[in-house]
Structure formats: C-alpha cells, structure tokens
Design a protein around this ligand. Sequence first.
Ligand code: PNS
Length: 165
Amino acid sequence: MKKKRIGLYPGSFDPVTNGHLDIIFRAHKLVDELVIGVAKNQKKENLFSMEKRKKLILHEINKSKYNKKSFKVVIFDGLLMNFAKSINANLIVRGLRAVSDFDYEFQMTGMNARLNSEIETVFLMASEKHQFISSRFVKEIYFLKGEVKSFIPKNVLIELKKIKN
Ligand code: PNS
C-alpha cells in the first residue's frame, strides 16, 4: 500500500484569514493529509487563545466541500521540525505573499533544512486576491475601526466583535 503523504502547514493563525484558508485548501490538493499546526508563540502577543484559533480553523474546514478526515488541526509547542517529525510529515507548506516575506521565509527554511533535511518546505504563492492579507493588519485595522470583512471568514469577525477594545 502506498504510504500516506502528510503535509504540515504551520502558523500562528491569530486569527485565521482568507489568505490562510486559500493556502490550506490549495495545499490539501498536494497531500493525502494536511495537518494545520497552530504554533504556541511565546514571543508574540496573542489575541485569541490557542483553542479558539484551532476552533475557528476547524469551523472553516467543516464548512468546506473537502473530505474533513484528510485535515487535522493540531496545537503545537516548541520546535517546528520536532513537531513535523513527530507527525511523520513529508513536507511543510508555507504561503508567500510579497517579496517582503521572502527573506524571513528563506532564512527559516534554511535553518529548518539544517535541522532535518528529510523534510522539504514548499511554498505556495498567495492568490492575487489575498496578496496583502495578514493577521497582524487585520487586527490593527479592526481595532482602529476599519472594515475587515473581506479579509477574514464571517466567524472570525463574529469572534473579533466579542473582544472589547
Ligand atoms: O504565522 P507565522 O507567525 O508566520 O508562523 C511562524 C511559525 C509558527 C511557522 C514559526 O514561528 C515557527 O516555526 N515556530 C516554531 C518554533 C521554531 O521552530 N522556531 C525555529 C524556526 S527556524
């Protein structure tokens, strides 16, 4: 029997945006199972709890037309490459937006490859519509009373509205 190909799409997802969802559903076509790894990032100031972030992603997957069993949303702590190995991931997927992403991603991929050269990182270019979306700016725009509904799923907007500013 053919070995299952497992992809890992890691990120902070605080909160998940339409850009992330675009990458999730496109990356899903490349593998048998896609694990969305929600990273506990001690350095970043988080808005949503880990569980809430996971729940918001799961909600969108459950709404989609795809086979839900071929997705997993997992919270992880610590090194990405250790987590990738623990779930037997064959590849890591990252989305690339503007050129400004490149430097950071290039460095991270290089370091990760040194930690484990068996696991490749592949990049999907953000779709034209989602080129400029980032969780950070979504939060900033929202709390400065700007319109964010075209950047995030409806459910994320509902959760944002529950947070006092
Ligand atoms: O959505 P983000 O914030 O761009 O995702 C960054 C993420 C979570 C992929 C990155 O911070 C990460 O891999 N964190 C886990 C800790 C780790 O492995 N650090 C070493 C990177 S070379």
